[in-house]
Ligand binder design. Sequence first.
Ligand code: PLP
Length: 343
Amino acid sequence: MSELLERIEGFPRVSLTHAPTPLEPAPRLGELLGLELLVKRDDCTGLAFGGNKTRQLEFYMGAAQAENADTILITGAVQSNFVRMAAAAAAKLGMDAYVQLEERVACVDDTYHNSGNVLLDDLLGAHRLSYPEGEDEAGADRALEELAKTLKDEGKRPYLIPLAPDHPPLGALGYALCAAELLEQRDDVDAYVVPSGSGATHTGLLFGLRALGDRTPVYGVCVRRAADLQRGRIARHCAAIADMLDLDVTVDNTDIIIDDRALAPGYGQLNKPTFEALRLAATMEGLLLDPTYTAKVLAGLIALAREGTLALDSRVVFLHTGGQPALFGYEPVLRDWLGRSGS
Ligand SMILES: Cc1ncc(COP(=O)(O)O)c(C=O)c1O
């Protein structure tokens, strides 16, 4: 067994993921883009519609159980998939969940606040709170710390899944494991294209590949913040995961590839290339993407292919990280885009 996998085995973990997830060809879309396109179906990880956060939650829930916690606390955007899957993991493990939903996206409506992931949070039995600020990660964590204190006073044993980047990126371990899973499936990939949000997925996959001796480029597409900010976050997370695992693996700054061209006008907001990417995947491959994360990543991939950064006929893996329940939270927005595109 590799040193990477041995070190990860030392961390408490709860099995939640249907793995290995399929790595399947997308030949029609691939032909359009001049690529051999493969989709890593991490939308099929299981756990209440699945997504990338299932792999990350294995380690958070493992840590919570190791501390004998009976309640988990988590914060995220109103249509957060992480929050929905954390609520599902808590339900499955017989724990309580407090979910704090942050107003991160401007110009949203009732559907956004009630349908999609929010409806699922309620069905999963989570206690739902709201937080007015969407761009204050430390503040959102502090609000949960206060709540944790209150719950402790009431005799509960809370475990907080933190948001701000100054905490060890425990969830990234799930994607370091996914790197090993991908290499088992194919060791002849030319490029990976992945989301870069909290950075746990991007960091874990990049660090995991390098720790396993694989040098394939990993393109991180920004879904949350601009490239200059995201680059520093990924660099710090890569150093932190090396520390956590006590591994002498350095991810060089030049090895951190970040592209924020698909981000505008901001987190959780559609733009034309993103809507087109969502439609292309749906109509050419029957593959549903979500408006906040995966469609932006595919829009980023399309831009990289069209400009030739992803070379003609190269074998490219698009990491599908799930998020489809949010489609229903965005129904009016998506109908508006469908109308504008004449569909
Ligand atoms: C569907 C989906 N894809 C991608 C991401 C971003 O992943 P990460 O936070 O690990 O960067 C998220 C995070 O919230 C997500 O819900």
